[in-house]
Design a protein around this ligand. Structure first.
Ligand code: ADP
Ligand code: MG
Length: 448
């Protein structure tokens, strides 16, 4: 490595936030350096703009310190293959080219609102770097260049986390903003109930008055014509008013089956950012970060063992860590590599047999020693409501059934009841580790 660059890097590393450093500075490659100038390779225009806007003075300064004279950086956009160590995929570079103007840097939070999902607790690696940067871009300049932003990627890889982080950031920095986050399913259910009550005006007004609209899991509206139509009109109205739209999906828009071509093309207007499964190094970093959050003591070896489970998403990794923590605390033992190996062996990530709502209800009833028909009933005894809510929560986690369908399976309850149960259990699990352990155990039983 060029020695001046090496020293400049060391200086920058000291000065910058670790994440900024690894995200923006580390990937730079020196192409040439001479008296008064240095030429750096960047993966795409997006990177170049971002660095120019946010890191140019710092770069100049560190180069001056490292070399003893002024060096002006220039940037060359290089093909991925030709930039060693670059992890930008061509597809992302293409998406990035659509971004012309740079965005404003992210202002630091003065009084952060506590949130489980923020940019601060999102671990960045090559697999999610682009989506992360795009989400930050949309947050710092809502309705600007990154509009609409479409984030897509597999299950459990951090899409919802990023959407919530955008909402969180905007809520803190633009307190007067009207910010709406919802899943496409919630949007659909709300639409249906407004149609039923003939209150479509209220519905439209609500969505058209927002400044930042975040719709999660948009693939849910595939094949639902009326919902798509409403999304389309909402989209147009907000887009014209330069309001920020962020959408997440498990697929790239053009591959979502039964999605209206007009919507596909709308989503294509903006920035498409994908999230790939994390590499082992990123997984290890996420594991270490989660261990801190969960107050688990993990050795590097254990972190690495967990990270090497093939095909595990971040969500599954989290589940695994909770399990490990519970095993260790039950045995009153530290999390040793032996324990980790034992627990890992018990886990089967991929199951072919789909779990049904009936499976869940049966299992949960047996576990709590109550009758199936009572779980499905509407009796409000605590001994029944807990199993009922747990079963609803698990059905939601383990099957692909929608809220109304789950309500149906539980003796004809409405979607709001199921949504309420899911939220309640999720909240209670955070405070009640015994409940979390029970649920974990039930998941295991149902999966195997
Ligand atoms: P998706 O919406 O893509 O299915 P989520 O956003 O719900 O995935 O992520 C699943 C879990 O993994 C969440 O708890 C989230 O906080 C966590 N997670 C995913 N990616 C990261 C990351 N890069 N850093 C920290 N936590 C992450
Ligand atoms: Mg999600």
């Amino acid at each position: 490595m060029n020695p001046i660059w090496r020293d400049a890097l060391a200086i920058l590393k000291e000065r910058l936030d670790a994440k900024d450093f690894s995200l923006w500075i580390e990937p730079l490659q020196v192409l040439s350096a001479g008296e008064g100038h240095i030429q750096l390779a960047v993966p795409n225009k997006f990177y170049e703009n971002w660095i120019r806007e946010n890191h140019l003075p710092g770069l100049r300064d560190s180069l001056r310190q490292a070399s003893g004279f002024d060096m002006e950086p220039s940037f060359v956009i290089q093909d991925v293959a030709r930039v060693p160590g670059s992890d930008m995929f061509p597809e992302r570079a293409v998406a990035a080219k659509r971004v012309e103007a740079p965005s404003a840097p992210l202002a630091p939070l003065s009084s952060p609102e506590p949130s489980a999902f923020s940019f601060e607790n999102f671990i960045v690696g090559p697999s999610n770097r682009f989506a992360f940067a795009a989400a930050q871009g949309a947050s710092s300049n809502p309705g600007g260049t990154y509009n609409p932003l479409f984030i897509y990627g597999g299950v459990g890889l951090g899409k919802t986390h990023l959407l919530r982080a955008v909402a969180h950031y905007c809520r803190n920095h633009f307190p007067h903003f009207n910010i709406l986050y919802m899943t496409a399913e919630e949007f659909t259910n709300e639409l249906i109930s407004h149609i039923r009550q003939q209150r479509m005006e209220d519905f439209r007004a609500k969505y058209r008055q927002c400044d930042v609209l975040l719709i999660d899991d948009i693939q849910f509206i595939a094949g639902k014509e009326r919902t798509q139509e409403e999304v389309f009109h909402t989209f147009n109205a907000l887009y014209v008013l330069k309001k920020q739209i962020v959408i997440a999906s498990d697929q790239i828009p053009r591959e979502i089956p039964d999605l209206d071509d007009r919507l596909k093309s709308r989503f294509d207007w903006g920035l498409l950012a994908d999230i790939q499964p994390p590499e082992t190094e990123t997984k290890v970093a996420i594991i270490e970060h989660k261990a801190e959050e969960l107050k688990l003591k993990l050795s590097g070896e254990v972190a690495f063992l967990i990270a090497s489970v093939p095909g595990a998403s971040v969500r599954q990794i989290e589940g695994l860590m909770i399990r490990l923590g519970m095993h260790a605390s039950l045995d009153g033992m530290p999390i040793t590599p032996e324990l980790a190996r034992k627990v890992l062996k018990q886990v089967q990530w991929i199951t072919d047999r789909p779990v049904t709502a009936e499976d869940v209800i049966k299992r949960v009833s047996a576990y709590f020693n109550v009758r199936i028909q009572d779980v499905k009933s509407s009796q409000r005894k605590k001994t029944l409501t807990t199993p009922r809510h747990v079963a609803m929560y698990l059905t939601r986690q383990l099957t692909s059934l929608s809220y109304p369908e789950i309500g149906q399976a539980f003796g004809g309850k409405d979607h709001a009841t199921v949504m309420h149960a899911e939220r309640k259990i999720r909240r209670e699990m955070e405070a009640d580790s015994a409940l979390a352990a029970t649920i974990d155990q039930l998941v295991d039983m149902l999966r195997n």
